[in-house]
Design a protein around this ligand. Sequence first.
Ligand code: BT5
Length: 254
Amino acid sequence: QNGRKTKVLGKDIQYYKEVISTNNQAKFAAQQDAGEGTIIVSEAQTSGRGRLARGWYSPAEKGIWFSVILRPHFLPQEAPKCTLLAAVAIVKAIETITEIQVGIKWPNDILYNKLKLVGILTEMNAEMDCINYIIIGMGINVNIQKNEFPLELQHIATSLAIIKGKKISRVQLLNEILFQIETLYNIAQAEGFVKILEEWKKYSVTLGKTVDVIGINDTFAGLAMDIDADGALLVKTKAGIKRVLAGDVSIRAK
Ligand code: BT5
């Protein structure tokens, strides 16, 4: 153990052998008044979720499938930046524990050699200008072997064990991730997201690349120039600069 201590995050840990989705379980807990920093972690998910009704492959004991409940003071429009915050926290934790350097693909993927290692799904419940709760769900492929991935994922996904050539301690990594999220979250609550967005840019593999933005109604290509103060991606196209919000789009690097 590296002995990192957190104050709030993980004070209450709800541990399951199997759930449908830790985000669903977290939503239920939040509605039952679970406190800020409550963690829902499960060895397996029977129906782990991605964005836009996509699935998340979550085999038993091979990954870290977990969700964090936050009850921040900031405004609902700040919530999407929690995805970026979580991405930075996970990149730092992976570097600390495994010495593997990974990159962030806007908005919610962590990649190694273009292969997906981590997915993040942030969901929110808010009324008017008040956030009731935010749930950040994170899926980290830790000890999955290449031939264990379903065929359709084998050429797009990877795991820490594949990269490192040996098993990685999930407990140690989760402990470090919680520490990093708590540190960044305290910064965000005290002074906003400016520093966190700057850090995010350092790890980005999207900025400076030509990308296809694939929306529900609209697909276009352009140069990913920057992210703005809301965490939206600014893409330079022939028709000018377009501002792309997370949630409804996929990005494909060309
Ligand atoms: C995501 O969605 O990347 C968000 C995934 C969040 C998963 C966590 S696990 C704990 C918590 N509880 C949940 O129910 N969810 C969260 P998206 O960007 O839509 O990507 C989904 C796509 O990633 C799928 O359509 C697959 O192509 C691919 N995929 C599925 N499982 C994968 C895995 N284990 N590793 C890499 N890629 C995967």
